[in-house]
Design a binder for this molecule. Structure first.
Ligand code: ZN
Length: 358
């Protein structure tokens, strides 16, 4: 897991679990994995990580382990109510029931009360695990029920080690990836494992570094972004099909109906989100390039460029527009990302951003 201190806290907690845990840390520090491993330790009598029980937990398909994800980028209050209701029931197979809520900091403040009662008067066999980037979106009444487990950020050294141990890449390539991803381990892993990510990044930077964009070019760029999202969806569909057949092998015939339905629902949400995430990624690489363009246009040197491997294009494009234009584009980029997270029509959000460059 890469966090010896977190691991020892959770080992102790698995032996004597109490109520509600809140895992807090930046994206990519390993909260999700830790939550599943923790759940497996609670549900499997041997905490072995290998048996049928553990494998179903790790795949998110054990009947006593519920994993909640945002729908799009929020949690409908009905879903939270239904979850609180489910938490009053006894476990089906194991000694404990575990409810993991991913990205729990996306639960709107007004909906947090739907969970409060379940957390206040906990069913002794139930363990909640909330995962969040920050504490500040939570009501004090929720926080006071939680045991907070801090996941410290991963330093550049640890990121390098992790990349080198997981991927067969030369040291200087790993260095490059760490620099490109600016401390976000998820981004570094995506760049290392999936050549399409580097392609998305290169295209996004090239699109941003164009001071004289025509309407046709803007629409082409929007199509390219959509095509990236489409192929990410197809890759994910293939992964899902492979996972399904693997699970069919492991679990034989028993109880297939229930978990298959659960898996199908989860897969559908994952697909929609995967497409949106690729577009958000595209926009966020563009935003970083606009930041570089604004800096270069204001006369700063190339040594601090984020898109350091596109320095020549940035330096050439920057004087083509006033600094204020590039600064405004950073803003528009952030707005478009926010709109996508709030379920805006993806095609329109990207197109209208790109047409601002014309
Ligand atoms: Zn096990």
């Amino acid at each position: 897991m890469g966090h010896p201190r977190v691991a020892s806290v959770l080992k102790g907690a698995a032996a004597r679990p109490t109520g509600t845990y809140l895992f807090v840390g930046s994206p990519g520090v390993g909260k999700r994995n830790a939550a599943r491993v923790f759940a497996a330790a609670l549900v499997c009598p041997e905490a072995c990580g290998e048996c049928n029980t553990c494998r179903r937990v790790l795949a998110g398909l054990h009947p006593d382990v519920t994993i909640l994800q945002p729908e799009g980028y929020t949690f409908p209050v009905e879903v939270l109510r239904a979850t609180a209701q489910a938490a009053s029931q006894s476990p089906i197979e194991a000694e404990h029931r575990v409810f993991i809520i991913q990205e729990a900091d996306r639960i709107p403040e007004r909906s947090q009360n739907a969970l409060l009662k379940a957390l206040e008067e906990p069913n002794p066999s139930v363990v909640w695990v909330l995962l969040a980037h920050a504490l500040q979106p939570f009501l004090p009444t929720i926080l006071s029920r939680c045991q907070i487990v801090d996941f410290p950020p991963i330093g550049e050294e640890a990121m390098l080690e992790l990349l080198q141990s997981r991927f067969d890449l030369p040291a200087d390539e790993c260095h490059r990836l760490v620099r490109m991803s600016r401390g976000d381990l998820n981004a570094a892993v995506r760049l290392a494992s999936d050549p399409a990510t580097a392609e998305v990044r290169d295209r996004a930077i090239a699109v941003a570094a164009n001071p004289h964009m025509s309407v046709v070019e803007a629409l082409d760029a929007a199509d390219a972004a959509k095509a990236f999202a489409g192929s990410a969806r197809e890759r994910m569909e293939r992964q899902q099909a492979a996972e399904l057949s693997r699970l069919e092998e492991v679990s034989g015939k028993d109880g297939q109906g229930a978990w298959k339905k659960k898996l199908a629902d989860r897969n559908k949400r994952t697909l929609r989100r995967e497409e949106t995430e690729v577009l958000i990624d595209f926009l966020s690489w563009m935003g970083a390039a606009y930041r570089d363009l604004a800096a270069a246009s204001a006369g700063s040197g190339t040594e601090s460029l984020i898109a350091f491997d596109h320095a020549a294009a940035i330096v050439q494009a920057a004087p083509g527009r006033p600094t204020k234009f590039w600064v405004d584009m950073i803003e528009h980029c952030l707005d478009a990302q926010l709109a996508l997270r709030n379920n805006a029509n993806p095609a329109l959000a990207v197109e209208s951003l790109l047409l601002r460059m014309v």
